[in-house]
Design a protein around this ligand. Structure first.
Ligand code: SF4
Length: 703
């Protein structure tokens, strides 16, 4: 029987009641007497982590809307989530375990029971461990769900098994390394401060596609008189929000930052009193690095005209409280971390930190509020095991030895589509001797290559705790509908596998809700004084930023460290990107889509697929003309790793030398045989061992 679950004030599930404190009729007009409304949170990899109101009727989610009581998202959702019920109850949801019933990659399966599937996995793993050792098993997951329990549900199991560990660095660890280099453990800014800025610089942030509720803050700042400047590699949808757009060559952000600081220094716009009190290394920077970064040299390196470099520097120097909001994409270059280090130094020179609304925000620091080791349990490892970088899965599956990877377990991730160097990844997944298990909601490109597919729940069917990397609201969620078919949450599956593999630690007896309690148990200054009862009821609750968060710089010197003597490059400098060494003339931007998030949504939502259109490559009129190509042509983008067919879109939004491919598409929707990550590389960033998706050189010809 399917039952509807809501959250009781005691924090337990009870059937068929609305979330406390919620006026159900406020949720939407079409509610019936039989429906109830429940709070939840958006589980996807997005800095907004929006609050949801889910209307449930007859055991099904029938409508999903934004929660007006959520302090950050305030009742609005992006177009992808406005019909989340269509994802949750999509006809293409996997509802039973499946066993491969055809050649690898054929997508042919036969249904089986959970008992048979788990017994098969356990017997194959026991045999592989006996022959090759447990490190021949590799888990693969990232952020298909962002909940602290379900996202991290496999760590303890694989640690206890002694499997290889995955270095989960596909997003922006280079950005984290840059922050650490300059700011140490200083907390990330509260994005709400942006509304009090008089100059907002969105640096590599396509807020309209990836941080939509920051757009509302930017508009609020503008209503109070702020100017908005966008620094980007092409005109994104966010350009419409900006008063001014500076297009810089991909990977040249560090050079631009150094050029801006040259002008600030040259023109006496540095806040000497702030620098004296709070900054380490300004004198070294101005003597050793800045002199060569004249506006002319900066223009040559970045493509931004010298007078525009001068104008932005003067605006930064004159602003009362400049706020720099920095996106993730610009860190995904071979020189990404160094580029972000240079950007992080700008507000230090102008003393922006000293004023409300001023500073630089890379990410929020809400992770500091929770000790996730109570879920990930590294201590269960019998001994430290090898670490495999997730960006180099293709290498791991086809070349890595000692031992060879013999089994891959993928959960809430789709590496066949989202991991760089797709040809190598697919070659690995097609290995006959690789035993692949995929736990997923849909038959993704990766699941089609599995030996065993296990059906996964959506976020509306499981317990979790959500925090955001772009703001400071946290939310506890509980199931609001029963699992669809025989789907199971990540944690429940690892409990089954632990039992089958003979892992007897009592930790594996805990429920997902127990794990949430454990995350909330240890005291944290970030959670001091928050309304725990409200949190347990499922309401969104704001964390407390330490009152001295802004001017207490948590570095070894206690100052902002422009000079960091502990690093190989103690001062920020301009480094080349990987693609700078390529003879190929175009730089490929694998851009976010308004209608998908990585490979999520397009799998199951025909409405979003239709809006996304065919796989497109956007190119400047100059580059199209030089190649004899016209709008609508079928073209082939190529490099040493692969070839991908696109429909050409010729547009002035893209400058010469750049091409843009929005979204990550399914192999079955490819115009040729591959999707965009056949062109991206397994090379890593300068710091953080991160992905370098945007550091890709290609050329384009008619297909
Ligand atoms: S994807 Fe982002 S913007 Fe859209 S609902 Fe989820 S958290 Fe909000």
């Amino acid at each position: 029987m399917v039952i509807t679950l809501a959250v009781s004030s005691a924090g337990r599930q009870r059937p068929g009641a609305a979330a406390p404190g919620l006026n159900p009729t406020a949720a939407r007009g079409r509610m019936t007497a039989m429906s109830t409304v429940h709070r939840s949170a958006c589980p996807y990899d997005c800095p907004d982590c929006c609050g949801l109101l889910v209307e449930v009727e007859g055991g099904r989610a029938v409508a999903v809307r934004g929660d007006p009581d959520h302090p950050w998202s305030q009742g609005t959702l992006c177009p992808k989530m406005n019909r989340y019920e269509a994802t949750v109850h999509a006809p293409s949801r996997l509802t039973t375990p499946l066993l491969r019933d055809g050649p690898k990659g054929s997508g042919r399966f036969r249904p089986t029971s959970w008992d048979e599937a788990v017994a098969l996995i356990a017997s194959r793993w026991k045999a592989l461990i006996a022959e090759h050792g447990a490190e021949c098993i590799l888990p693969y997951s990232y952020a298909g769900t962002m909940g602290l329990v379900q996202r991290n549900a496999g760590h303890a199991f694989f640690h206890a098994l002694g499997a290889s560990r995955l270095d989960r660095t596909i997003c922006s660890p280079a950005k984290g390394a840059a922050w650490k280099a300059v700011m140490g453990d200083t907390a990330g800014m509260d994005p709400e401060e942006a509304t009090e800025s008089d100059l907002l610089v969105l640096w590599g942030l396509d807020a309209v596609a990836t941080n939509i509720h920051f757009v509302a803050r930017a508009k609020a700042a503008r209503a109070r008189g702020a100017r908005i400047v966008l620094v980007e590699t092409y005109r994104t949808p966010t350009a419409r929000l900006a008063d001014e757009v500076l297009l810089a060559k991909p990977g040249s952000d560090g050079a631009l930052a150094l050029g801006l600081m040259h002008v600030l220094d040259r023109d006496g716009l540095v806040d000497r009193a702030f620098v004296e009190a709070h900054v380490q290394g300004y004198e070294e920077l101005r003597r050793r690095v800045l002199p060569e970064w004249t506006p002319e040299r900066t223009a040559a390196a970045t493509g931004v005209a010298a007078e525009r470099v001068e104008a932005l520097a003067r605006a930064l120097g004159a602003a009362r409280a400049p706020f720099l909001r920095v996106g993730n994409g610009l860190s995904r270059h071979g020189n990404g971390s160094m580029n972000l280090r240079a950007i992080a130094c700008i507000p230090a020179l102008i003393g922006a930190w000293a004023r409300r609304g001023g500073g630089v925000m890379f990410d929020s620091s809400s992770s500091k509020a929770f000790d996730t080791s109570v879920v990930t349990r590294e201590d269960l490892q019998p001994r430290p095991t090898r670490l495999v970088n997730m960006n180099q899965l293709g290498h791991a599956l086809t070349e890595l030895d000692g031992p060879r990877v013999m089994s891959l377990y993928v959960y809430h991730s789709n590496p066949a589509a989202v991991t760089p160097d797709q040809n190598r990844v697919l070659a690995g997944l097609l290995r006959e001797d690789l035993f692949t298990v995929v736990h997923e909601r849909f038959l993704t490109d990766t699941a089609r290559h599995a030996d065993v597919v296990l059906p996964a729940t959506s976020s509306l069917e499981s317990d979790d705790l959500f925090r955001s990397y772009g703001q400071y609201v946290v939310q506890r969620t509980r199931p609001v509908v029963a699992p669809v078919g025989e789907a199971k949450p990540n944690w429940d599956v690892f409990q089954l596998l632990a039992r089958a593999m003979g892992l007897s630690d009592p930790f594996f007896q805990l429920s997902a809700s127990d794990l949430v309690d454990r995350l909330l148990e240890p005291p944290s200054p970030w959670r001091e004084g928050i309304d725990r009862a409200a949190l347990d009821e499922g309401r969104p609750v704001s964390l407390r930023l330490p009152p001295d968060a802004k001017l207490r710089f948590r570095t070894p010197s206690g100052k902002i460290e422009i000079l960091n003597p502990r690093l190989a490059h103690p001062l920020p400098i301009a480094l080349p990107s990987h693609a700078d060494a390529s003879p190929l003339p175009l730089r490929l931007m694998t851009a976010p889509s308004l209608y998908g998030l990585n490979s999520s949504f397009l799998q199951e939502r025909a409405d979003l697929q239709a809006k996304a259109g065919p796989m497109a490559l956007r190119m400047s009129p100059a580059d199209a003309g030089a190649r004899g190509l016209a709008h609508g042509d079928r073209v082939l983008a190529w490099n040493e790793r692969g070839e991908v067919v696109f429909t050409l879109e010729v547009t002035d939004d893209v400058p010469p030398g750049v091409v843009v491919a929005p979204g990550v598409r399914r192999l079955e929707d490819a115009l040729g045989t591959r999707t965009v990550n056949a062109l991206t590389s397994q090379r890593l960033t300068d710091e953080g061992a991160g992905s370098t998706f945007y550091d890709t050189a290609v050329d384009v010809r008619a297909a």
